[in-house]
Design a protein around this ligand. Structure first.
Ligand code: MTE
Length: 320
């Protein structure tokens, strides 16, 4: 992410702008692939899949696979796990892969609340139990104009949310990342207000493309990518894909979001990938796929036109 007022630690961040990564030879070579309780138990139904194994690097049992990135080449796992934005573990792209080992992804509980009939705190394994784990290959476009193609493992977000029976007042869904200073000793240098928070309109959250990921490349999610569960919203800029979720709230009004609070002129609530809407400091018309030399044109909704009906009649220059 890019912020106008850099946090103290960003002084050492040569990669806070994407172009700067070109200057870092080691990073460049790596990019090129060279060198380098149960309130809900009753609602759960029968288990079709065993809960995901907790151990990092453990293989997941994948029930179905789908390719949703136009047949594009999957980005090497080494790139996707070493070039991250997870500010709680440092503001340089390589920081999370070095520092996120202090995060403990098990045991893990998620608190569900707000406008729903079945609020409560649910253990992650109970949350996952009734769902078959899918693999979906998605494009992922960061607002900083770099992109990757990743095989995510997880479950449709909407199917999970429905189990809590949101009421008619649930117009939005608010998400919160864990904020534990003991597990995140560098978080004080993040330069952003923590806990990290994000939000979606309820129809966006219920869209079949919206995904709750628990792994990638057939394995349990690495900490730096948002273990044990994160959002994956392929038609939106990457910062909407909040990591290490501990809170989900159904709310009536648009919830605050981390980057919008920091710089609303640069980071809107919707943040749909849109080559026609400039970021105030750079164009969004093109992007560089990590590992490729040349830029490629950015596609409307990141190449997922099936979401367009969610925004019918909206001025997307205003609601960016
Ligand atoms: N979630 C939390 N809690 N903290 C963060 O700093 N960064 C966001 C998003 N989710 C972030 C976060 C940004 S800016 C991006 S681009 C994606 O995570 C990056 O996901 P990746 O590291 O798996 O590519």
């Amino acid at each position: 992410m890019l912020i106008r007022i850099p946090p103290p630690s960003a002084v050492r961040s040569g990669e806070i702008t994407p172009e700067a990564s070109y200057r870092n030879r080691r990073r460049f070579l790596a990019d090129m692939g060279i060198g380098a309780v149960g309130l809900l138990t009753a609602a759960c139904g029968d288990a079709r899949e065993a809960p995901a194994p907790a151990a990092a690097n453990a293989a997941l049992t994948i029930a179905t696979r789908s390719e949703r990135a136009g047949g594009e080449t999957v980005t090497p796992i080494e790139t996707v796990t070493t070039y991250n934005n997870y500010y709680e573990f440092g503001t340089n792209k390589e920081d999370p892969s070095h520092n996120a080992g202090t995060l403990k992804p098990r045991p893990w509980a998620v608190k569900i609340g707000g406008e729903c009939e079945l609020p409560g705190t649910i253990d992650l394994d109970t949350l996952l139990k009734p769902h078959a784990i899918e693999e979906r290959i998605y494009r992922h476009r960061c607002v900083e104009a770099w992109s990757i193609v990743v095989p995510w493992a997880g479950i449709p977000l909407g199917e999970v949310l429905k189990r809590f029976k949101p009421t008619s007042k649930a117009k939005y869904v608010a998400f919160e990342t864990i904020y534990d200073k003991a597990q995140m000793p560098d978080a004080k240098w993040s330069g952003i207000e923590l806990p990290y928070v994000e939000g979606l309109r309820i129809d966006e959250a219920m869209h079949p493309l919206a995904f709750l990921s628990i792994g990638m490349y057939g394995k349990v999610m690495p900490n730096q990518n948002g273990a044990p569960l994160r959002l994956t919203l392929p038609w939106k800029y990457g910062f909407k894909s909040i990591k290490s979720i501990v809170g989900i709230r159904f709310v009536e009004t648009m919830p605050p979001t981390t980057w919008n609070k920091l710089q609303s002129s640069e980071y809107g609530f919707f943040s749909n990938v849109n080559p026609e809407v400039q970021h105030p400091r750079w164009s969004q018309k093109s992007e560089r796929r990590l590992g490729e030399l040349f830029k490629r044109p950015t596609l409307m909704f990141n190449g997922y036109p099936e979401v367009a009906s969610l925004y019918a009649g909206m001025d997307l220059h205003k609601f960016y």
